[in-house]
Design a protein around this ligand. Structure first.
Ligand code: CIR
Length: 269
């Protein structure tokens, strides 16, 4: 979940890996998970790294009927204390929503939880935030009606929405980019260009990474000058270290196998 600033990152929720995880959708980076126990270990390492960074981690139960249920980022768009629950783009994932919605209602109160109209489609993974600009990926999962609903939601905060067309060989905007600090977007050559992000606030920049490190461009910037990064993407990791960040590298092999990245497995709220 990349719709919060680093200072706002205090607590999050994630969801455990079901036995049925081998059946998760895999059409882009991955060809399907093969080792559920390893996926569980990687998920636990992820939770531990977040807790080590002082984040309060809430864990929701797995749902065997929904192999993709660990990818909670897609189910909720949290902005400054309010949440928009989108209609996710993949029909097989619609049933993941009730426990996520119930958890957020319990935590935030009904008045902070908003729903999209039924024809609007959007995955939470199609949003990144740089200061008061929200970049929304127009992708196979997110349609114009979904983007319009999100724009209306952002209007209540006075924030700007910019649309980024996601190439057909990628899932989401978060599959390709992230903000390891509040001032920097990293994104891969070959998929995106710096230009598509438009004019940025003073002091902010887009830094391009090699195309073959596209997966590594999904990172989680954390308080205390820390950042979570996927293991195995040397240019990205070197860049993050040169920024003076403490880089916590996580083996993501079985998560990548289902097209999931670091941000996909949690929602800060
Ligand atoms: C899917 O295709 O929906 C899942 N296998 C992966 C979702 C990854 N979520 C994300 O990028 N936010």
């Amino acid at each position: 979940m990349t719709t919060v600033t680093i200072e706002q990152k205090k607590r999050l929720f994630c969801r455990l890996v079901p036995d049925s995880y081998a059946g998760a959708l895999a059409n882009f980076f991955g060809s399907g998970p093969t080792d559920i126990e390893l996926a569980r270990k990687q998920h636990q390492t992820y939770q531990n790294a977040l807790m080590d960074a002082g984040i309060e981690v809430h864990v929701l139960d797995a749902d065997e009927r929904h192999p993709d249920c660990i990818f909670v980022e897609d189910q909720a768009l949290f902005v400054d204390g309010e949440v928009l629950i989108p209609n996710v783009g993949a029909p097989s994932r619609e049933g993941e929503r009730p426990p996520v919605e119930a958890f957020l209602r319990e935590q935030l109160g009904d008045e902070k939880v908003h729903l999209m109209d039924s024809n609007a489609k959007m995955d939470g993974g199609d949003v990144i935030r740089l200061h008061n600009i929200f970049y929304v990926g127009k992708s196979s999962r997110t349609n114009d009606a979904g983007i319009d609903e999100f724009r209306k939601f952002l209007d209540r905060f006075g924030y700007e929405l910019r649309v980024v067309n996601i190439p057909g060989n990628a899932l989401h905007i978060t599959s390709l980019s992230s903000t390891p600090t509040d001032d920097i977007i990293i994104a891969p050559e070959g998929y995106l260009t710096a230009k598509i992000f438009g004019e940025l606030p003073q002091g902010s920049k887009v830094v391009m990474m090699p195309e073959e490190e596209a997966y590594g461009c999904n990172t989680i910037g954390l308080p205390g000058n820390k950042v979570l990064a996927a293991k195995g993407y040397p240019t990205v990791i070197k860049f993050l270290k040169e920024l003076g960040l403490e880089v916590v590298e996580i083996d993501m092999s079985q998560i990548r196998a289902a097209d999931g990245s670091l941000t996909c497995m949690s929602v800060f709220f």
